[in-house]
Design a binder for this molecule. Sequence first.
Ligand SMILES: NC(=O)C1=CN([C@@H]2O[C@H](COP(=O)(O)OP(=O)(O)OC[C@H]3O[C@@H](n4cnc5c(N)ncnc54)[C@H](OP(=O)(O)O)[C@@H]3O)[C@@H](O)[C@H]2O)C=CC1
Ligand SMILES: O=C(O)CCC(=O)C(=O)O
Ligand SMILES: [Mn+2]
Length: 406
Amino acid sequence: MSDFTKIPMKTPLVEMDGDEMTRIIWKMIKDILLTPYVDLKTEYYDLGLEHREATKDQVTIDSAEATKKYGVAVKCATITPNAARVKEYNLTEMWKSPNGTIRAILDGTVFRTPILLKGITPYIPTWTKPITIARHAYGDLYKNVEMRVPENAKAELVVTKADGTEERVTIHEFKTPGVIQGLHNIDKSIESFARSCFNYALSMKQDLWFAAKDTISKTYDHRFKDIFQEIYDAEYKEKFEKVGIEYFYTLIDDAIARVIRSEGGYIWACKNYDGDVMSDMIATAYGSLAMMTSVLVSPDGVYEYEAAHGTVQRHYYKYLKGETTSTNSVATLFAWTGALRKRGALDDLPELSAFADKLEKATLQTIEEDGIMTGDLAAMSTLPNAKKVDTEGFLLAIRDRLEQLL
Ligand SMILES: NC(=O)C1=CN([C@@H]2O[C@H](COP(=O)(O)OP(=O)(O)OC[C@H]3O[C@@H](n4cnc5c(N)ncnc54)[C@H](OP(=O)(O)O)[C@@H]3O)[C@@H](O)[C@H]2O)C=CC1
Ligand SMILES: O=C(O)CCC(=O)C(=O)O
Ligand SMILES: [Mn+2]
């Protein structure tokens, strides 16, 4: 490929680097599959935990603001510290989840879709089509406030209105110690969540399900249900009928039962925490956590691409010890291709978008045709030629395929 002219870019991508094994993969992807072929333009933000600590987490906010400015970001998985991480990294604070911070700034919906592969039968064998999780990106648990409550204390919810009047309800009269949590959401954000789900369903020509627990959460979850229904009836009902797709709301426990019995091929809208958990369940049931793409679409038309999985800590510790790892880079790679394709579309660079398509094709050919895959997939694959390779070996095999396509 010595005579290959690198594909130009116009606007930089916002590049958010991250932690542990995904940080290692991040660099490998760039070195092996991107920079030799694309004149990669990025504005780099190091969201690795050390640099978040050094900047008092300002870098996370800066990266979200840059995403608003440029329109497209690609993010590596990051550690959200807990008590153990505070010790491990000698942190001055238990910094918040960068994802929570970024999503709160950008708002919107995270769409997560599994990549189906020849030779991998989902754990639910009736799932022959992908199930896309549409996860509300704002609020709930990810913007919560919480407290420990001592014995003999009364906890209340208090709302102080603009006119100074108060509305209060008792949460609990604590005789013995306990804990409380305050969640919130905003009508405007729920409305944009609903609209982005309806628009996505129309663009994919797929049914949309929305599930929450309005029977138990009669105000909070009920508000979500009502907003979805009002917007559907007023703005989308006719469009859905024209395309021949359906919208329905059901309780989340009923939804789970239906999902398991389904064949896939629809969009399942979930509140923030439900979507977090369900997307891991869906990804794993289709084959591997590392085969799920994830993109945040904000109401202002800003896109942030990422993998749905975390920093793969266990593999990283093996890597640090010099042991061979076989970490699947597909979701992280598809975050890059998703971002490059979007940048290509926005900047009128069809060559850049075509490169992203070819890189994805090369990845699937490597697994499905050549049988070359990482351990998570090799353990499940029914292909006769399935062969487990190490982390870097997988990316090198993709490069061979890519060069045939360019
Ligand atoms: N988007 C983000 O930034 C996210 C960040 N996190 C952070 O990531 C860290 C680790 O979280 P954890 O709960 O372990 O979740 P991970 O998703 O990182 O990993 C859980 C397990 O899933 C398997 N797995 C995940 N990704 C891959 C992959 N690419 N290739 C092969 N196997 C994979 C591994 O199983 P096995 O070990 O059996 O091989 C791994 O141990 C935490 O600090 C957490 O805060 C978590 C979720 C999302
Ligand atoms: O930010 C975190 O700590 C978790 C994020 C997460 O689990 C996800 O995006 O699925
Ligand atoms: Mn998650």
